[in-house]
Design a protein around this ligand. Sequence first.
Ligand code: HEM
Length: 273
Amino acid sequence: MATASTGQRAATAACDRRLTYDNYLHIPDLLSLQQPLSTQDDELHFIVVHQAMELWFKLLHHDVRQLVLLLDADRLARCCTVMRRVNDVMHALLAQLRSLRDLPPESFHAFRGRLSGASGFQSAQFRELEVASGLRNEQYLQDLRATNGGTLPEAVARNLHRRSLAQAHLDAARRAGVGDWAELYRQPHLETTLHVLSELLLDYDELWLRWRTEHVILVRRMIGGASRGTGGASIDYLERTVRHRFFPHLWELRNVLAADPVHQTTGSDRARP
Ligand code: HEM
């Protein structure tokens, strides 16, 4: 009689261990990861928001890397679909950040001391996402070095050589014959997927700007503007980060459009994403 192959045995074993909601999503593991350091009721909220954001950062980073490949293959329509999801996730991140406004500062201070030197500044995924999206100007790198004891955070150094979303966008535009960004926006008859995609990228940049701004406001609400963070940074450092842009060329072209309204078309037939 023929004996079962290793593959068949593995398949049978997998069927025996029936797939359930819990074991597919590893829910027991996930729910074991919230470990408050204090007895303060509100610490669980603080932990859950940070962990949830890290999960979303994971999906965003995955999508941003996918977008670079899609742009390099000139698959612009597919890029628009992915960008819509990316921007939906950014809205979810903002909503979660806002929920922390309900954390009373006196409750936060009851467990803040336990955090010791732990800080969001050390989030490797946040840095990977910034660099993958296109942030790598000298001011950004200088500020990071200064706040990080003289060296770049490892997650930044490791990713600086990889193509960013901003670079892939500029290259795709060059291949499509875009020399002057303002021209792309001024001529609705040339309405292209590239234009729609560029506006979705601007939405993404704007949502980051909103995240950074609301995070600074949250920090002021929780600890004021005089003390340093658990990572050692001042409020001035955080306020400077609000100047960062992934796609400066898309912001700059607004100046060009505003400075030369004569060439403006109404653009009323232009589809908004
Ligand atoms: C009570 C709420 C919060 C407070 C008081 C707070 C405070 C701070 C402070 C003071 C900094 C400056 C660095 C330092 O620690 O010295 C910082 C940076 C940071 N925080 Fe928060 N934070 C809060 C919520 C969050 C949440 C929910 C996240 C989500 C992951 C987060 C992510 C970050 C990141 C990524 C940075 C680095 C920002 C950058 O360098 O551009 N923070 N936070």
